[in-house]
Design a binder for this molecule. Structure first.
Ligand code: WTA
Length: 661
């Protein structure tokens, strides 16, 4: 981890965009006074603030009497004697209201075919699938692994699990069978829900075969069924007795299914994310607290209104897809777009065309997408957003990595046409919902800053001793008080949970793992990770995960992975590799680099492929044998190393690695 003082400010941005008056006039939190009132309420009586919201926003089967149980901190419990069902709060609650017949999902397939479902229709699909799961013997406490394309069925599968109290763990469809296997074993899945294939950018990508491979790796003895949704109808190898088609599961099932009330703390899902070690962390979320945070984020940050059409472009395999597709928008009764494909197919105007076609009013995407579409609009001018009617938009959002001011300005001018506020939302898999974000009816915007704390969140920037640093100084981003939708545990590893997030020096504060600073106006500026976690295209990955994958290859004896700033993907993976044989050169080096890149794609997934691989006969190490990744970062960036390297065991290696490319 870096030291707090090494987190430098990169702040040069002075533009401020005021809150549009008409926006403020209609906003759910309208103006600074209203924001301040909420902040004061939370300050005055923290638990009363959250208790009131939990009672107001959620439907309880059994009301809670205790708001926060901190007796086993940092294993906090919220609303612990209450009971509810999350799916009931997303679907049943709208029955008998005007929302019942409103469109819940507008699903657009890769090939452009559109399917719409009302809340009532979605409710029936969820009930039928849940009944099918019950018939197969699944019940509260079981774990289901979901490995699916973006689809109506993926939302149905997650909601059906929630309905029964089956804890789901969604694995991104771009992960390899190895990654899938690791997660299935760790979470102890007894059920896997998948599809035959997924369609992206006009191509079919197999999913079910990866599940077969994962199970064949062994250790998944708990898995009793693999449910397969036929997306393309591709021929499948079939394991009788274990594999079952989606249609057979729902066939003949009743259209109603009573939701199973679970304890507020019941794990709704476990979602794996990267940390500083080679092993992904199973982030365990609760039911009630998580849902409260998801709903508030939709209502407050996105200012959701009944006639909005919401579109979050994230995949359901990430937390953003959980909170802003499967749970938040449904709980808020919003119409939303769900998209199967990629932003560049059939051309780079796809997002803009879809906004126009579906009259999207709130659009939430990632900086990496904005940067690549900016580039595409230059290269293929016919795909520039100006050729589309984007007048339905009223609010834009950004998430996943720091957005650089140039990308912010392009988004603001070309997509939002200088009318739409941009909410740059900072949060994490572990936080469940927004933590620092502008509120569109409250916060004047500074490009590149994520504004202020979400009402009720106690965010600060501190030094190594947990002391708050002065304005303008860099430090660690922490959350000082527990909050309802926080991570509850790392699945099966409570020790790692405490060690990773609540280090003893920091007074019991939650350590986010990001470096940040606040400017003189109190705006937060997030600088990026302080640990060995990379952020490539908004995807979190641990350098250790990529290193472990590399050294698992028979030719590799040692590997060190660092990030390098990249104009499109934010960061790019650069790997320094020592082979068991000689240092390769020329075509030989190219051939082995390609082989290793493909190997990493197979071990983890294509998102983890190193952009560049450099070979050396050694790695820069201290005399105690520690790899100096900091120096490698300079090398990867082609920067001169100014610091003293005489303490290195092998200073000459730096030159070799710098020349290696
Ligand atoms: C980064 C995604 C700057 C950050 C929701 C965080 C951001 C990590 C922003 C979490 C933002 C996310 N500005 N950085 N608006 N949003 N990050 O768990 O480093 O996939 O710690 O959750 O992404 O990534 P995760």
């Amino acid at each position: 981890m870096s030291t707090a003082s090494s987190i430098e400010s990169v702040l040069t941005e002075h533009r401020v965009f005021p809150v549009p008056e008409d926006f403020q006039a209609q906003a759910s939190i309208a103006g600074l006074a209203q924001y301040q009132a909420l902040v004061n309420e939370a300050d005055t009586d923290y638990t009363a603030y959250w208790a009131k919201l939990a009672r107001e926003k959620l439907q309880w089967t059994t009301g809670f009497t205790q708001t926060l149980d901190d007796t086993k901190a940092p294993f906090y419990k919220w609303f612990a004697d209450g009971e509810l069902n999350v799916s009931e709060n997303c679907l049943d609650k709208h029955l008998g209201t005007p929302t019942e017949h409103k469109t819940a999902l507008i699903f657009e397939a890769d090939d452009g075919v559109v399917t719409k479902l009302s809340f009532r229709q979605l409710y029936h699909q969820v009930c039928q699938f849940a009944n099918g799961l019950t018939a197969l013997g699944y019940k509260v406490g079981d774990r289901a692994l979901i490995y699916m394309p973006m689809s109506v069925q993926a939302v149905v599968a997650m909601q059906a699990c929630a309905r029964l109290g089956v804890t789901h763990s969604v694995v991104f469809g771009g992960f390899s069978s190895k990654s899938l296997h690791e997660r299935a074993v760790d979470v102890g899945a007894s059920l896997i829900i998948t599809a035959d294939e997924q369609r992206r950018g006009g191509r079919s990508i197999a999913l079910k075969p990866a599940v077969d491979e994962a199970i064949a790796l062994g250790g998944c003895d708990a898995v009793r069924h693999v449910i397969v949704y036929a997306r393309t109808g591709a021929e499948q190898a079939w394991h009788d007795g274990r594999d079952i088609w989606w249609d057979a599961v729902v066939d003949g099932q009743a259209m109603e299914c009573a939701p199973v009330a679970v304890n507020a703390e019941h794990p709704l899902f476990v979602l794996y994310t990267s940390g500083s070690t080679g092993k992904p962390k199973g982030v365990q979320h609760s039911s009630a607290g998580y849902l409260l945070g998801a709903l508030l984020s939709v209502q407050w940050t996105f200012d959701a209104k009944d006639d909005d059409v919401f579109w979050c472009t994230a995949d359901i395999g990430w937390i953003t897809g959980h909170t802003f597709i499967t749970y938040g928008p449904l709980a808020a009764g919003l119409t939303q777009v769900v998209f199967e494909g990629v932003p560049t197919y059939p051309n780079a105007g796809r997002f803009w065309e879809m906004i126009q076609r579906h009259q999207v009013s709130i659009f939430y995407t990632a900086p990496t997408a904005i940067r690549s579409l900016t580039k595409a609009a230059e290269n293929t001018p016919e795909c520039h957003p100006r050729h589309y009617n984007l007048s339905s938009l009223r609010l834009l959002g950004s998430v996943g990595e720091p957005i650089n001011p140039e990308a912010w300005m392009w988004y603001y001018e070309n997509v939002g046409l200088e009318r739409c506020p941009i909410v740059d939302t900072w949060w994490q898999t572990e936080t469940g919902g927004h933590v620092i974000t502008p509120l569109p009816g409250v916060t004047p915007l500074k490009p590149g800053s994520c504004g202020f704390a979400f009402p009720g969140m106690d965010v600060a920037i501190v030094d190594e001793a947990g002391e708050e640093v002065e304005r303008g100084k860099g430090g660690f981003l922490v959350i000082r008080k527990p909050w309802p939708n926080m991570i509850r545990n790392i699945w099966g590893d409570p020790e790692r949970f405490v060690k990773s997030y609540f280090p003893a020096e920091l007074n019991g504060y939650y350590l986010a793992g990001d470096g940040a600073q606040r400017d003189q106006d109190g705006y937060f500026w997030v600088m990026g990770r302080i640990d060995d976690v990379l952020n490539v295209s908004g995807h979190r990955m641990g350098t250790m995960e990529v290193e472990s994958a590399l050294v698992a290859h028979e030719l590799v004896t040692e590997a060190a992975v660092v990030g390098r700033p990249d104009a499109t993907t934010g960061e790019a993976v650069v790997a320094f590799v020592v082979l068991s044989g000689d240092v390769p050169a020329g075509d030989e080096a190219k051939r082995i680099a390609t082989e290793l890149r493909n190997w990493v794609a197979k071990e983890i997934g294509p998102i983890a492929k190193p952009k560049e691989i450099r070979f050396g006969e050694n790695l820069p190490k201290t005399r105690s044998g520690k790899i100096m990744r900091r120096l490698l970062r300079f090398v990867a960036n082609g920067e001169a190393i100014t610091q003293d390297v005489s303490t290195l065991e092998n200073p000459a290696i730096l030159e070799q690695l710098s020349d290696a490319y």
